[in-house]
Design a protein around this ligand. Structure first.
Ligand SMILES: [Zn+2]
Ligand SMILES: [Zn+2]
Length: 363
């Protein structure tokens, strides 16, 4: 009897999603055709083009679930029928404001284009309040000129000052390769360049402040992943420190994308920089250029912090003393890495001294 039990345990161990290493590809051309899906995961919503208040269309209930998932519909009041009701119209309008679209309240083509894009699993609306600031007025005649910018989680949680160095570790079962480890190191550097925070990788997953893991489907936190594209990752507010990425994505490590990138290629570093923003306390931004914008088109690489991101993180933690506000500042490690540059300037100084001595001797 013991033998079958052992076999069953081994099978369970091997089919445990966390024990499977994620799909990492050195570049987009290395993704096998069999892994490239036909759509974005949400392409079925395309049949809802033109839906508006009072209409009843098959598939609308599923779109309501999508809106509920990202916080636009209250779970207690949401009616998940195929009826386009008033609460759903209000939800669509808030969504359109957040994504800088005309607030038609109708599932029009520009709205649909945003809905089907792969995106972060964190909600845009928390406890009924939009965490995204509206980017621009809905029409040019509007007298409301709000400026879209960064946001925080409700009650603005942040890491305490006593934790200016945060440690991070990868889920051991993922067997994250070194290339991915250095990719995350670069992603953390983006944030430490502009803030007083520093980050250090450690091996102990249990002891790390920030725990990074790739998971498939339901992974025990009530926010299941949905396979290729759709939601890509999510991260928790300070000081939870959990960063989860969808194990089923085709994660591309070398972000040198070409325009003909396969639909399902997702730049891991872009997503990492975004999710680290959440770990540090930033919510979503309606500024499209910002790292904290919720969605990313497949094949797009976006790793540079925008002014919006920098202002947001500095409002929470203050600035890096070396940050001059105009560009990235080298971290101590990068300075060590670029030591050849320093030795070159040393040679220049030596040359000037030697020339000076010669000129003194011969005058
Ligand atoms: Zn996000
Ligand atoms: Zn999760």
């Amino acid at each position: 009897m013991k033998f079958p039990l052992l076999v069953i345990s081994l099978i369970i161990l091997f089919i445990n999603p966390a024990s499977i290493s994620a799909h990492f590809f050195p570049n987009i051309t290395s993704i096998p055709a069999s892994l490239i899906p036909n759509g974005t995961g949400w392409e079925a919503f395309n049949s809802l083009l033109g839906c508006g208040r009072g209409m009843k269309v098959g598939g609308l209930a599923k779109l309501k679930k999508y809106f509920q998932y990202f916080g636009y519909l209250n779970s207690s009041s949401a009616d998940f029928s195929d009826e386009f009701d008033d609460p759903f119209e209000s939800a669509v309008k808030i969504y359109q404001l957040n994504f800088n679209l005309d607030t038609t309240g109708v599932i029009d083509a520009p709205t649909l284009k945003h809905i089907v894009q792969p995106r972060c699993g964190n909600p845009d609306v928390v406890n009924g309040t939009s965490t995204m600031r509206f980017g621009k007025p809905s029409n040019t005649n509007s007298t409301i000129h709000t400026v879209g910018h960064y946001s925080f989680f409700p009650s603005r949680p942040r890491w305490p000052d006593s934790k200016s160095e945060l440690t991070y570790a990868f889920l051991p079962e993922n067997q994250v390769p070194e290339t991915v480890q250095s990719l995350f190191s670069r992603a953390f550097d983006r944030w430490s360049e502009v803030s007083p925070l520093t980050f250090r990788q450690i091996t102990s997953f249990r002891q790390a402040d920030i725990k990074i893991g790739f998971f498939s489907g339901d992974h025990g936190d009530g926010e299941p992943f949905d396979g290729v594209l759709g939601t890509l990752a999510h991260a928790f507010a300070p000081t939870v420190g959990r960063l989860h990425l969808d194990n089923d994505e085709n994660w591309v490590i070398d972000g040198n994308f070409i325009t003909a990138a396969p639909l399902s290629a997702v730049d891991l570093e872009s997503v990492a920089v975004h999710e680290i923003g959440h770990l540090l306390g930033l919510g979503h931004s309606s500024v499209e250029e910002a790292i904290m914008y919720p969605s990313i088109r497949s094949g797009v690489r976006k790793v540079e912090l925008a002014n919006d991101d920098i202002t947001g993180i500095q409002e929470l933690y203050g600035s890096n003393p070396n940050f001059n506000g105009s560009g990235p500042v080298l971290t101590p490690r990068q300075e060590r890495d670029s030591s050849s540059g320093h030795s070159l300037s040393g040679h220049v100084v030596l040359f000037i001294v030697v020339v000076g001595l010669f000129s003194l001797l011969f005058v």
